[in-house]
Design a protein around this ligand. Structure first.
Ligand code: HEC
Length: 202
């Protein structure tokens, strides 16, 4: 058998392929012009032309968040967050996790999440000194009376915030509860020791 090697037949194109000349259809151009016009009109009507008064006072998303109108429980927690970040976060950290050798965590803390708030209110009102166990770990550093200058509502707000942030979930503290505890304390200004605090009703 003789194998005949066939040369592939080569097709030589006679001419470069061409395509029919196309133009952008008129309707597309007209459509784009209409859209452009509508866009400009919309911007003109609502954009405020970058007038500072229209865009102030927001400079960032955080600003916008800060200025949102709030009501009820939301407003209380937001007030609490501001106070917490001003006066507690330095030691307890903005995420409530505490700081080694500075302050114990508030996240998951049995002191923060207690069913009753009678002891909890006394902590920022008078401060704490002496060994305290939080989530199985013992701390022994003094905490000053960080909340003594707060109004009843502000102390309630900051405590409501720590009871309802970072995964913590517990009842809101009311200004009336704070008022009642403050009245019970009379003129006391000495910090509690955690052991003494435990003798108070939860
Ligand atoms: C200067 C640092 C510092 C600041 C500021 C501070 N704390 Fe504390 N806090 C501590 C320390 C330290 C302890 C532990 C005290 C001890 O060892 O007896 C503590 C304990 C606590 C506890 C009980 C323990 C726990 O982890 O749950 C609570 C609740 C608490 N602080 C809330 C607050 C709140 C609310 C504020 C702000 C109003 C605040 N602290 C501000 C240092 C601080």
């Amino acid at each position: 058998m003789s194998a005949e090697v066939k040369q592939p037949s080569r097709v030589v194109p006679e001419a470069e392929p061409t395509s029919a000349g196309t133009t952008v259809p008129m309707w597309l151009i007209a459509g784009m012009l209409v859209l452009l016009f509508l866009g400009a009109w919309y911007f003109d009507a609502r954009g405020g032309w970058f007038e500072a008064k229209v865009y102030a006072p927001y400079h960032s998303l955080a600003d916008v968040e800060r200025f949102q109108p709030r009501s009820g429980g939301d407003a209380v927690l937001f007030r609490g967050k501001v106070l917490f970040e001003q006066n507690c976060a330095l030691c307890h950290n903005p995420d409530g996790m505490g700081k080694p050798a500075q302050a114990p965590p508030l996240v998951g803390s049995e002191w923060v999440l207690a069913a009753g708030v009678n002891r909890l209110i006394r902590i920022p009102q008078l401060g704490l000194s002496g060994p305290i166990e939080v989530k199985g770990q013992v701390w022994n550093l003094p905490m000053a009376a960080m909340g003594v200058a707060y109004s009843d509502d502000d102390l309630a707000a900051v405590l409501s915030y720590i009871r309802n942030s970072w995964g913590n979930k517990a009842s809101i503290v009311t200004g009336d509860q704070v008022k009642k505890v403050r009245a019970e304390l009379g003129g006391r200004n000495q910090p509690y020791s955690p052991d003494e605090l435990k003798k108070e009703a939860e």
